[in-house]
Write a protein that binds this ligand. Structure first.
Ligand code: PLP
Length: 461
């Protein structure tokens, strides 16, 4: 009791003295009463005064002179900017919006995630890898995980690479920034339009010249690439984001041949290739490449969850030394605990089993959603249901504009994205059909009829 009382008195004394010093009630270099005098004046213990003086001394409000006592440190008045309000206004998109149903393409369903297995494996990491957790992680990620990924991409994506080419990071956005570090400052970068706007945003922030390239029925337009002459092209060949086109082999060969002739590079963003329905996996662009031109990006955000923040890239061999050199002093940003837990999950076969399970799960949701959309919208909908990934494209006949649709979706508490989010210029489309990106991972199968009914209210009623 005595202790807490002393602590309270010391705190109060310290705060009062600090305020008095900051409001210049004391002169610079003025001598403070001795500890004993102060204790007597205030009727408190010498110990409380001593602790308060020592704290003020530690923070630089007062100084001591041997045998003379404590003095006030000369301080300048802190400038107070009258315009500063100290209140933060959050933009609406950062506020947590509550939705009844989500047609988002960004999320995954984690209701089936093997939480117990993950927790058990994480405990094993603490037990067997404590020396790794207590040290700064390897720049490119734990070698065990990189070796496991090298094996995984070999048999899943036909990618023959060495673990030294693999880099782990906390997201493909981070990886793109790292790639920009090894590219020349004046390099021109071609991106798909419509495409992944987060990449466009990063490129603009790194002050790169970005060439938005329109799509044709085979994916990114080669004639536009040939006339734009970019140094680097970013594509999503296995499932164009967001339109869903699968780049046929003819376009892949055209693109790789052009890059080989011009010494350019291509980033293959393979964000959701693990999920294919009724057909086999589409081979990666990297697996066609014989000239060391492809930088492959993979992520665990779709197969596991975006909240994990673990993604990777496979660098062409020609860029590995440059990457290591540039990042010599960098501490990587991924979570080592998660990276090692993921390694155990892959090694013990849990990862493969989970993907298999989720593929069936997503296939069922997707089939139900397509059936429901056809039934509810009839001739008012065209569904472009490429057998891949966690979203597909629909065109819906509606009198509403894209802005109307977005606003109406919010008011009906539906998370819904239109093509407008992904094009460089907003689409002011007068045509009767509007293009929407329909994600299905978050929808529970039993709510699909109701969610689609609300979607109809948003778009038609
Ligand atoms: C087109 C595209 N690329 C990449 C990613 C993966 O991003 P990250 O690995 O940073 O979560 C996503 C995520 O949803 C995506 O939509």
């Amino acid at each position: 009791m005595k202790h807490s009382n002393d602590t309270f008195i010391y705190r109060e004394l310290y705060n009062n003295l600090k305020e008095d010093i900051l409001s210049f009630k004391y002169d610079s270099n003025e001598k403070l009463p001795s500890k004993r005098e102060m204790a007597q004046n205030l009727n408190v213990s010498v110990n409380s005064v001593k602790t308060a003086y020592e704290q003020l001394l530690e923070e630089g409000y007062i100084y001591t002179q041997e045998r003379k006592g404590y003095f006030i440190e000369p301080l300048e008045k802190l400038i107070v900017e009258p315009q500063v309000t100290n209140t933060v206004t959050t933009s609406t998109h950062q506020q947590e919006q509550q939705y009844r149903y989500s047609f988002s393409h960004m999320s995954t369903d984690i209701t089936q995630f093997p939480v117990d297995t993950w927790t058990k494996l994480m405990k094993q990491v603490f037990k067997h890898y404590s020396h790794r957790l207590s040290a700064i992680p390897d720049l490119k990620g734990p070698i065990e995980l990189r070796q496991a990924i090298a094996k995984l991409v070999s048999y899943k994506r036909g990618i023959q690479c060495n673990a030294q080419q693999i880099v782990i990071a906390s997201g493909t956005n981070v990886l793109l920034k790292q790639i920009m570090d090894v590219m020349d400052d004046d390099s021109k970068i071609a991106v798909e339009n419509p495409g992944y706007f987060r990449f466009r945003d990063i490129l603009q922030k790194t002050k790169r010249t970005t060439l938005p390239i329109n799509l044709d029925d085979k994916g990114i337009s080669m004639s536009a690439i040939k006339s734009g002459k970019p140094d680097l092209v970013i594509v999503t060949p296995s499932h164009q984001f967001p339109m869903g086109t699968i780049m046929p082999v003819s376009r892949r060969i055209d693109l790789l041949n052009w890059l080989t002739k011009t010494n350019g590079y291509v980033i293959e963003d393979d964000y959701d290739s693990e999920f294919k329905y009724n057909t086999d996996n589409i081979p990666s662009l990297y697996s066609f490449d014989k000239s060391d031109r492809v930088i492959y990006l993979g992520t665990f955000s779709k197969t596991l969850m975006p909240g994990l923040r673990l993604s990777y890239m496979v660098l062409p061999t020609s860029l590995v030394t440059e990457f290591e050199h540039i990042n010599n002093n960098v501490i990587p940003d991924f979570s080592m605990i998660n990276a090692l837990t993921l390694y155990l999950m892959i090694k013990d076969g849990h990862y493969e089993r989970y993907i298999k399970k989720m593929s069936h799960f997503y296939a069922a949701k997707r089939a139900k959603l397509i059936e429901q959309l056809k039934e509810t919208f009839q001739h008012l909908i065209k569904i472009h249901d490429t057998n891949a990934g966690l979203h597909f494209i629909v065109e819906v006949k509606t009198d509403y504009s894209y802005d109307d649709i977005e606003a109406r979706a919010v008011s009906h508490e539906i998370e819904l994205y239109t093509i407008n989010r992904f094009t460089v210029e907003p689409v002011h489309d007068q045509s009767a059909f509007k293009t929407l990106i329909i994600g299905f991972s978050q929808l529970k199968i039993e709510v699909i009829p109701e969610a689609v009914n609300i979607l109809r209210k948003v778009l038609i009623d």
